[in-house]
Design a protein around this ligand. Structure first.
Ligand SMILES: *Cc1c(COP(=O)(O)O)cnc(C)c1O
Length: 370
């Protein structure tokens, strides 16, 4: 990357597609015109040729080792974003059965998922945090999972509200636990064995838009009805090694580089979690120290490590905050239209310096306008 382009890069607080590690972008740029040894750009290469096959194998192996994924699970690289999983999960696990899929609703993405799931079979929301405007997650005992549920579904980090489960919700061992981890995948270690299926679109924390990672316990692959469209059938993707049709090669390539960056440069997910906790703490401490001016949205015990959401005393100040921050090279701080306020997305690739710059700006802004 040229010096000028690098110097022009702002601290990017976008919720997604979101910041990627600079070193990953630089490697992609270096290899863009000609993938070393391949004689062509990755964009021009067959997905079945050796160079791409080894890139995809390496991406899968790195993810498996970062997360400790055993061979009981398949790792799939799919298209259609997180949104297609809203449908694929119930299509595979529910369609044509009398079973019920149960949902915990703690924000906007869970609500979207349940709308799609209802088209596939019996669905129940067994917890819904709407009365407190989605500012918290359930405690054990707040909901009851049926013994014969097809699965229990939740969203580990509600990107729009900035509400994250500190650990997995309670779920009986016999019921597959399913998580939409789109916006906190790879932010911390995960006990994969607790899950039946966990998925994440890449464009928040794991890579560019275009690929969705699905980690699914292999026994669940048997459940999909024969009448499903081929693309929607998980086991087709498993059998074809994510090559049932042409996979999104470029997105998988970049995702593989992000995974390598996590393993080699960061030192794994425990080290990443430590950095993420420190970064988030800087912002939450700033909110709490200026609590007459900034109001955090999430309850303290479930504040997100990835999306820090807060409001200012009024809309004018919020607009002014976003505009002035942009003048100081901090972009995409406007909250989601459905919640308002400010959202600072501080995914893995956000350097600590970006968070400190924002915290200092917040202190100055509150002092001037409070
Ligand atoms: C962004 C996001 C989605 C939607 O992802 P698409 O790839 O646009 O379908 C779903 N769930 C969560 C938690 C998200 O952050």
């Amino acid at each position: 990357m040229s010096v000028t382009a690098t110097a022009q890069r702002a601290f990017n607080f976008s919720a997604g597609p979101a910041a990627l590690p600079l070193t990953v972008l630089q490697q992609v740029q270096e290899e863009f015109l000609c993938l070393p040894g391949a004689g062509a750009s990755l964009l021009e290469l067959s997905h079945r040729g050796k160079p791409f096959v080894s890139i995809m194998e390496d991406a899968e192996a790195t993810l498996r080792s970062l997360l400790g994924v055993s061979d009981d699970y398949a790792v799939l690289f799919l298209q259609g974003g997180a949104a297609l999983q809203f449908s694929m999960i119930p299509a595979n696990l529910l369609r044509g059965t009398e079973m019920t899929g149960q949902y915990l609703l703690t924000g906007s993405w869970g609500k979207k998922a349940i709308v799609e799931a209802r088209k596939e079979g019996n669905i129940e929301a067994i917890y819904d945090a709407k009365d407190s405007n989605y500012d918290h997650v359930p405690r054990p005992g707040d909901y009851q999972v049926r013994d014969d549920a097809a699965y229990l579904y939740y969203c580990s980090n509600e990107t729009i509200q900035g509400v994250q489960y500190p650990t997995e919700p309670d779920c009986p061992d016999s019921i597959p636990l399913i998580s939409d981890a789109s916006s906190d995948f790879l932010c911390r270690p995960l006990p994969i064995d607790k899950y039946g299926l966990i998925y994440a679109c890449a464009q928040k924390n794991a890579g560019p838009a275009g690929v969705t990672v699905v980690v699914v316990r292999r026994d669940l692959l048997e459940r999909g009805s024969e009448s499903l469209p081929g693309y929607l059938q998980y086991r087709n993707h498993e059998a074809g090694g994510s090559m049932w049709n042409t996979p999104p090669t470029f997105a998988i390539y970049v995702l593989g580089k992000v995974a390598r960056w996590l393993a080699d440069d960061i030192g794994g997910l425990e080290a990443m979690e430590k950095q993420n906790r420190e970064k988030a703490q800087v912002l939450y401490d700033t909110i709490d120290a200026n609590s007459g001016f900034y109001q955090g949205h999430a309850k303290p015990e479930c504040r997100s490590l990835m999306n820090v959401t807060f409001t200012l005393p009024n809309d004018e100040l919020q607009t002014q905050f976003v505009d002035e921050a942009a003048q100081h090279s901090m972009v995409s701080l406007k909250g989601h239209r459905s919640v308002g306020g400010i959202r600072a997305s501080i995914y893995n690739a956000m350097p600590r310096e970006g968070v400190e710059t924002l915290a200092n700006f917040m202190k100055d802004f509150a002092a001037k306008n409070g």
